[in-house]
Write a protein that binds this ligand. Structure first.
Ligand code: MGD
Ligand code: MGD
Ligand code: SF4
Ligand code: MO
Length: 666
């Protein structure tokens, strides 16, 4: 048996270091790497048996060609040669008749490795295909942060160990960022207080000393209410503000006076006494640390909300204090020069841009897209407005190719399915978006069956299409090596030997990274003249249809729709619905009852869990489940979610949903 280092490839902020045991060409076990600076030898339950995903009997083994109706999942095996020939022939015909924009790639973060994640970007730029705006996750959070802080690196998570007050703000840490718990625990051992702000009492909230339940989409008003109390009670750091911040006097004069605790309570549902307590905890802390998740950003006002929360550390001068700051997402990806893989020089000016959150519309409201190439993503399950997406994918005139590891909801609609490798079968360079660590992970076993990596598919398709550019003579290892070399541009020297060897590599952070602000003015920009409005202010959500708010967050057992392949993780309950006891009384519901949630987009069935984890007027479900995991093989949560976009960043609004509930009892 041999042991090798690797890295978790999934779209998770931790990017755990792994130690993989291989025997006779098979992965036999995976454990955490104790030398990883952030994850320190532990993993989450999903990855504890990654070998069961790698060697799953559900892995796709050969290319497949559809034999039945779209969506049914009926296929016959074909050779790679035939698959590539058919794809190339179809695309050449479509390009000749309709132009290259009739082809649309659709991909996201099935793997976070830069080579495989971006492997096909260049090919589609080269062809002049429609471009995909990859905004399904949380660009509104990133935009809100940038509006205030520009390119300033967000605070490293380990800094929180030195904080005396940590705010877990719209983050379900126990499910989505479990290793941050090390830092939270270390701070707590030194007496730090832990606050959690969420729309329902998650298992993360159970760990906190104080839980604040907030109405969905109203955190901007809460941040303003906190600012009001900080000003009123003399808890702002005026010396820091006048030296480092643009627009503070104006903000104090024009916006904050309206945001009384009473007003805040009306909007957010947070009792005024709690608003004051929260503001006092923030203002009196020596070095408050905010870990901002993405929940608050998935609303029509998501960027503005994130912008308002990002202003808070400036008010109390938390920047640069040992333990203080805000972590939205770590900017470790900046260590690499991604252009080595993505070839932006091949982009063609004026190409149509299709927002991935609106893939339903793009496929149904006009018929300009004639071919869809999906990889590293499962939009039939994870994209909003599932009924529209499925209607689009059902189009007989749409030639769909899906490159996948498993027969997902999307693959079922493909004309041709191509089998994909897992991270232990290909090479890549990884980074974390929750801590400042980067790492390479190399192929440890041969590809399972006839599976091929995204890079290999990019090269194969280029060849089949007659593209002879030497770019495609490179191996994925060549690209990894070039990415490693490119880290020379990180602000401080990176240990490239460590990185190349496959060990986790901490990115050194400049001493002044929290005190020198990378904005156009060099100051923290509470006022930002490039924006409308220049001063941040709460943006109310317009009233929407539906009696109940519906929040649909992460489940601990799966990651977006990944890990649905694992029967042992997903065989038990899936579409549970948390209903508050008052609402259960009102609707006459008991535990285990079947209910239907509906809105104008569709309806889905859930199993009731009566619990005071949620509040009256709000129902909650966790997880994005494959349709086969859903009762009756029917609709999953995304039939209810909307394709509408955020205020800035063109992001998704998954939690900005209202529904009506019906049960057999009503
Ligand atoms: N186990 C597991 N891990 C995951 C994922 C997963 O699906 N499962 N997904 C991965 C991905 S792609 C991402 S982007 C990250 C996301 O990880 P997080 O940043 O944690 O984001 P979410 O889980 O989307 O939402 C976090 C919390 O925000 C809450 N929330 C919703 N609306 C609001 C609001 O208006 N205000 C406040 N204060 N809270 C609100 C939700 O109830 C939820 O508990 O996690 C990654 N890790
Ligand atoms: N209702 C609701 N919907 C959501 C969310 C939510 O909270 N609620 N979260 C949203 C968020 S934050 C995100 S980021 C999106 C993510 O949504 P998706 O991008 O669809 O992510 P996954 O569901 O993880 O699907 C990734 C797929 O990539 C495949 N894959 C893995 N590695 C490779 C590879 O190397 N090559 C190829 N070709 N395929 C590979 C996996 O088998 C898997 O099926 O979902 C969003 N959808
Ligand atoms: S999914 Fe996240 S927590 Fe789990 S092993 Fe991967 S990086 Fe670590
Ligand atoms: Mo995400």
């Amino acid at each position: 048996m041999e042991q090798y280092r690797s890295v978790c490839p999934y779209d998770c902020p931790d990017a755990c270091g792994l130690v993989v045991s291989v025997e006779n060409g098979r992965v036999i076990s995976v454990k955490g790497d104790e030398t990883h600076p952030f994850t320190q030898g532990t993993m989450c339950p999903k990855m504890a048996h990654y070998e069961r995903t790698v060697h799953s009997p559900r892995r796709l083994m050969t290319p497949l060609k559809r034999t039945g109706p779209k969506g049914r999942g009926e296929f016959e095996p074909i050779s790679w040669d035939q698959a590539l020939r058919e794809i190339a022939a179809s695309w050449k015909k479509i390009m000749a008749e309709k132009g290259p924009e009739a082809i649309l790639p659709y991909s996201y973060a099935g793997t976070m490795g830069i080579v495989q994640h971006d492997a096909l970007h260049g090919l589609f730029y080269y062809l002049g295909a429609s471009e995909l705006d990859r905004t399904i996750c949380a660009p509104a959070k990133g935009q809100g942060y940038k509006d205030v802080m520009g390119g300033t690196l967000p605070t490293a998570p380990q800094e929180a160990q030195h904080s005396d007050c940590i705010f877990l703000w719209s983050i379900h840490m126990m499910a989505t960022n479990i290793h941050f718990k090390h830092d939270v625990d270390a701070a707590r051992a030194n007496g730090a207080a832990i606050w959690c702000i969420d729309t329902y009492r998650t298992k993360t909230a159970d760990l906190a000393d104080h839980f604040v339940a907030i109405r969905p989409g109203t955190d901007g008003a809460l941040a303003l209410g906190m600012m009001y109390v900080l000003v009123r009670d003399g808890l702002t750091d005026e010396a820091f503000l006048s030296a480092n911040v643009l627009g503070w006097e104006e903000m104090k004069e024009k916006v904050i006076p309206r945001c009384t605790p009473e007003e805040t309570e009306k909007i957010t549902g947070v009792p005024r006494a709690v608003v004051e307590e929260l503001a006092h905890a923030y203002g009196k802390a020596r070095a408050p640390f905010i870990r901002l998740g993405s929940g608050q950003s998935r609303y029509r006002n998501g960027a503005m909300t994130s912008r308002l929360i990002t202003c808070l550390p400036a008010l109390v001068g938390a920047w640069g204090k040992r333990g203080g700051g805000i972590l939205t997402s770590a900017a470790a990806s900046k260590a690499y020069d991604k252009d080595i893989v993505t070839r932006p020089d091949w982009k063609q000016k004026g190409t149509r841009l299709v927002n991935m959150c609106c893939i339903g519309q793009a496929l149904t409201e006009d018929d300009r897209i004639k071919s869809l190439f999906v990889y590293s993503s499962n939009p039939a399950c994870t994209a909003p407005d599932q009924n529209a997406v499925l209607k689009g994918l059902s189009r007989e005139d749409l030639f769909t190719v899906v490159h996948e590891r498993f027969m997902t909801d999307t693959a079922r609609y493909a004309d041709i399915v191509l089998p994909a490798t897992t991270s232990l079968e290909h090479d890549d360079a990884y980074y974390s978006y929750g801590n400042y660590t980067i790492q390479c992970g190399y192929a440890l076993i041969d590809p399972i069956g006839e599976s091929r990596s995204n890079w290999r598919v990019a090269c194969d398709l280029a060849k089949a299409l007659g593209i002879t550019d030497p770019f495609y003579d490179q191996s994925e290892r060549d690209l990894v090596d070039k990415l490693v070399d490119s880290t020379v541009k990180w602000p401080l020297p990176v240990d490239q030997d460590c990185l190349r060897s496959g060990r986790p590599t901490a990115l050194p952070l400049p001493e002044d990274y929290q005190t020198s602000f990378a904005t156009p003015s060099g100051k923290i920009e509470i006022r930002n003249d490039a924006l409308t409005p220049a001063l941040p202010d709460y943006m109310p959500l317009d009233p929407d249809e539906g009696k109940l708010a519906f929040v649909n967050g992460a489940d601990m057992r799966i990651l977006d729709s990944s890990f649905n392949e694992r029967d042992e993780l997903t065989a038990s309950h899936t579409m549970d619905l948390f209903v508050h006891p008052d609402d259960a009384d009102f609707y006459g519901l008991s535990d285990g009852d079947s209910v239907t949630l509906a809105n104008k987009r569709g309806q889905a069935d859930f199993t009731v869990r009566v619990t005071d984890r949620t509040v009256p007027g709000q129902v909650v479900s966790e997880g994005v489940w494959w349709r086969e995991r859903v009762k009756g093989g029917g609709a999953s949560v995304n039939v209810l979610t909307s394709q509408r976009l955020t205020d800035e960043g063109r992001g998704s609004t998954f939690y900005d949903v209202r529904v009506n509930l019906t049960s057999k009892n009503t």
